[in-house]
Ligand binder design. Structure first.
Ligand code: ZN
Ligand code: ZN
Length: 290
């Protein structure tokens, strides 16, 4: 006899709250500003954690959970989910459902963060508004209703508190700023730059769905600071490819280089990439959409 797993009680997963976002943004940015005046900043240490958090969000939340660009072990899924959780970007389930909604509605009236509604709105303003639908869109994330991912979501606060407590024990209160708050604020802006700069400035090489509206751009400067996510026109044109850059030889994509290492180590596999044959590359728009 097979025992069916009970359906999770989805009502307990609330999504993002605009009110708590305002408070956390305000406090984190104040602490970020104070960091440079109240102690001896450890820039390399903060940048290292920033890099790790970006890998959690871009290789994990974005390329793996949102677009299924490769396959991996459940244990590594949990690592990626926990790293993304520490980046404090609203939680895995909300992040992925919002992002899939963005690909379906990019730069239409239904898109939550299009620069067509103002640059500030597309960068951070949309997160501070009370009239944006912050609920998790369960119909967009049927593949994420798995026990270990729901566990990470339920224990979001506990994971963050455990990390902060560990930092405080090891490095004192200043360590919480160096190894968490400062990298988190940096990671917010390098992530949000994709929504703002990369839908407003750069080259629009390929048309991408939704046809006629999506204004996604390739922006080399943004790609440099956010490890390759700035090749955003490439990404909207081919959302499932694990490489956002390297559609041209000069398009550096550090996240993809990291994924190649993980593939070589056997931690990930079935990595989706552009077919080698030139004639197979030009799929009709949307054919490879998530
Ligand atoms: Zn986009
Ligand atoms: Zn995407």
């Amino acid at each position: 006899m097979t025992v069916r797993e009970a359906e999770p009680d989805l009502a307990q997963y609330k999504g993002r709250s605009a009110a708590s976002t305002k408070v956390s943004f305000l406090i984190a940015h104040l602490l970020f500003a104070a960091y440079w005046f109240v102690g001896t900043p450890n820039v390399p240490g903060a940048l290292l954690v920033w890099f790790i958090l970006q890998v959690g969000v871009f290789a994990g939340f974005h390329r793996y959970f949102a677009h299924r660009s490769y396959k991996t072990h459940p244990w590594f899924e949990s690592v990626l989910a926990a790293l993304g959780c520490l980046a404090n970007q609203g939680g895995l389930l909300w992040w992925v459902s919002e992002h899939r909604h963005h690909h379906r509605t990019a730069d239409t009236d239904a898109d939550f963060h299009s620069p067509r509604d103002g640059f500030w709105h597309s960068h951070m303003g949309w997160l501070l508004r009370d009239d944006i639908d912050d609920r998790i869109k369960w119909d967009l994330i049927p593949d994420l209703r798995r026990p270990h991912l729901l566990w990470v979501e339920r224990h979001d606060t506990a994971i963050k508190l455990a990390y902060a407590a560990t930092l405080a024990l090891l490095f004192g209160w200043y360590g919480i700023l160096t190894y968490w708050i400062v990298p988190v604020v940096l990671c917010w802006h390098t992530s949000l730059a994709t929504n703002s700069f990369c839908h407003a400035f750069g080259s629009h090489r390929a048309a991408c769905p939704p046809k006629g509206s999506c204004a996604a751009r390739n922006n080399a400067l943004v790609a440099l600071v956010n490890l390759g996510e700035g090749w955003h026109n490439n990404h909207h044109a081919h959302p499932t490819y694990a490489h956002h850059g390297f559609h041209r030889w000069y398009e550096l994509d550090v996240v993809y280089l990291f994924l190649l290492v993980l593939e070589r180590l056997g931690i990930i596999w079935d990595v989706k990439r552009r077919p080698r044959r030139r004639d197979a590359h030009d799929l009709p728009l949307g054919m490879d959409a998530a």
